[in-house]
Each structure stands twice: as structure tokens, then as C-alpha cells.
Design a protein around this ligand. Structure first.
Ligand code: COA
Length: 261
């Protein structure tokens, strides 16, 4: 579907699933703004998105800083006008048992995932096209399935989904839809490398997925495309997996082996 003339803003949009989403909208004719912590990744992503024919810009910003996010989203609106599609994708993760996570470690993930999502929503609100904007928050299976080594992420992503639902309530009357996407295991992403660090754990994961394959960033982008299109005009406040059915068959055992060595 064409998103010509639409403005898309993606936090964490310089790598992995989020860059895949940014690429998709770039190919579909949108003006795309990406931001993340690493300036080198921002530069590379902007060059790549322009290479796809899009008007693209970006900047470096840590979603843990309200001021930095506000500045980034202000730059997006100044360059490209009201935001039609807002994707909050920046996330943090590491694998550790709760008893081994310091206060600072737990806080780091909550600040990136939950507070970061709030910062993105809060800063974007004055710049969202009303009515018409569509907001996508990147969630994870950990929001609904307990997983060994992921207490901080389970807590954080459950928080993200409740932000989605609450903002759908608050922003619906303004014509702004808000949904969460729950990517399953997506090949070649930082998350999969951290959670399935060796060939055995990767293969076991694939065998546990009903559709018996890893997902692709395009699988996630296709769901974004639908949710941000007029065809999804009556969908808000939902949490939608795109995971080959993986969430039906959680497979935590290799994680224990990984943590315990
Ligand atoms: N086990 C236990 N604690 C860990 C840890 C691990 N594997 N990795 C980091 N931590 C703790 C650190 O020890 C530190 O706590 P301390 O100060 O009490 O020692 C705290 O987390 C912050 O670590 P630090 O590396 O200083 O934070 P950071 O802000 O540079 O990085 C993280 C944030 C920890 C989330 C890091 O993993 C990150 O940058 N992730 C971004 C990329 C990512 O996770 N992508 C995957 C998305 S699914």
C-alpha cells in the first residue's frame, strides 16, 4: 500500500525490526525520520532510507531522556510536518535471573521500554495528525508469558501494553489509534542473538514454532502496514502477535541452560 506524503517517525529505527519497519515505509513513499542512541547507526540508516528513494532524516537520542526525545520528535515535525505514523520501538534486554539483576540493571530496562515509550508518546502528542494518526508500540511475548531470565523485560513489556491500551482510550476520541505489535523470534536481530545465542538453542526454538520458521522483519512491517492503513481504521488498543504462533508454545528450557552455563 502507498504511504506517499505520510510522515513516519520511528524510535530505535536504525537497526533490526525497527529499521525493517522504517525501510518498508520508505519504499512505500513515506517521509521517514529515525532516531536512536548511536549517531553512526543513525547516519547509516538515513543513507540507506534515502537510497530507497525516501525523504529521510534522523538524529541521535536516548529514549531515557525526555528532553532528547522531545528534541528528536520536534526535528521530525519541523522537517516533515504532522506525524501520521509513530512507531515506538527502542528496547533494552539482557538475560539474567531476577536475583542477579541489580536495581540499576532493572531500572535500565524499565527506563528504556516503559519510560521511553511514555517519552515518545508524550513528545509526539502535539505533533500527531489528528484525526488520522496511527501509533505502534513494539511489545514482546514476555508481556504475557513469564520467561526465566526475563523478569525485567516481562515487567517492562507488560507496562508497554498497558500504555497502549490506556492511550487508545485517551486518544481514540481525537481520531488517533494506538496498537501494540508483538514480534516473535525474528531472524538476525539483536534480541534473537541475545535470547538464542547458539545453534542448538536457535534450532530448538524453530522446532517449537507452529509455522517452523523464524520470522522476518518484513513479516513485522507487513502487520505495521495493515495497522497503519485505512483498512485497520476500526482497530485500536489491541496487542497483536506476528510470531508464527510461537506464543502458543513457549520454550524456555534453553534459556536456563544458557544462564546456568
Ligand atoms: N546481567 C545482569 N545485569 C546486567 C547485564 C546482565 N547480562 N547486562 C547489564 N546489566 C546491568 C549492569 O550491570 C548495570 O547495572 P549495575 O550498574 O548495577 O552494574 C545495568 O544493567 C546497566 O548496564 P549498562 O551496560 O551500564 O547500561 P546501558 O545503559 O549501557 O545499557 C542495557 C542498557 C543493559 C539494556 C543494554 O543491554 C543495552 O544497551 N541494550 C540495548 C540493545 C538491546 O538490548 N537490544 C535488544 C532489544 S530486544
Amino acid at each position: 500500500m502507498s504511504f506517499a506524503e505520510k510522515t513516519v517517525c520511528v524510535s530505535g529505527g536504525t537497526s533490526g525490526i525497527n529499521l525493517g519497519i522504517a525501510r518498508h515505509f520508505a519504499r512505500a513513499g513515506a517521509k521517514v525520520f529515525v532516531f536512536s542512541r548511536d549517531p553512526a547507526k543513525v547516519d547509516a540508516a538515513v543513507v540507506e532510507l534515502r537510497g530507497l528513494g525516501a525523504e529521510a532524516q534522523g538524529c541521535s537520542a536516548d529514549v531515557r531522556s525526555a528532553d532528547a526525545v522531545s528534541d528528536a520528535i520536534g526535528q521530525c515535525a519541523d522537517a516533515f510536518g504532522p506525524i501520521d505514523i509513530l512507531v515506538s520501538g527502542a528496547a533494552g534486554n539482557f538475560v539474567a535471573r531476577a536475583a542477579d539483576i541489580s536495581s540499576n540493571g532493572f531500572r535500565a530496562v524499565l527506563e528504556i521500554d516503559v519510560l521511553g515509550t511514555h517519552h515518545v508518546m508524550h513528545a509526539a502528542w502535539p505533533h500527531l495528525r489528528k484525526p488520522g494518526a496511527s501509533v505502534i508500540n513494539l511489545s514482546a511475548g514476555q508481556a504475557s508469558v513469564a520467561m526465566i531470565g526475563q523478569a525485567h523485560v516481562c515487567a517492562a513489556k507488560a507496562g508497554v501494553d498497558m500504555l497502549t491500551r490506556t492511550l487508545a482510550l485517551e486518544w481514540g476520541p481525537h481520531g488517533v489509534r494506538v496498537n501494540s505489535i508483538v514480534p516473535g523470534p525474528i531472524g538476525d536481530t539483536e534480541g534473537v542473538k541475545r535470547l538464542m545465542p547458539d545453534a542448538a538453542s536457535l534450532d530448538a526454538k524453530i522446532q517449537s514454532i507452529p509455522l517452523r520458521r523464524m520470522g522476518s522483519t518484513q513479516d513485522v512491517a507487513d502487520l505495521c502496514d495493515f495497522l497503519c492503513s485505512d483498512r485497520a481504521g476500526y482497530i485500536t488498543g489491541t496487542v497483536i502477535p506476528v510470531d508464527g504462533g510461537a506464543i502458543l508454545n513457549p520454550m524456555p528450557t534453553r534459556m536456563e541452560a544458557f544462564i546456568d552455563g
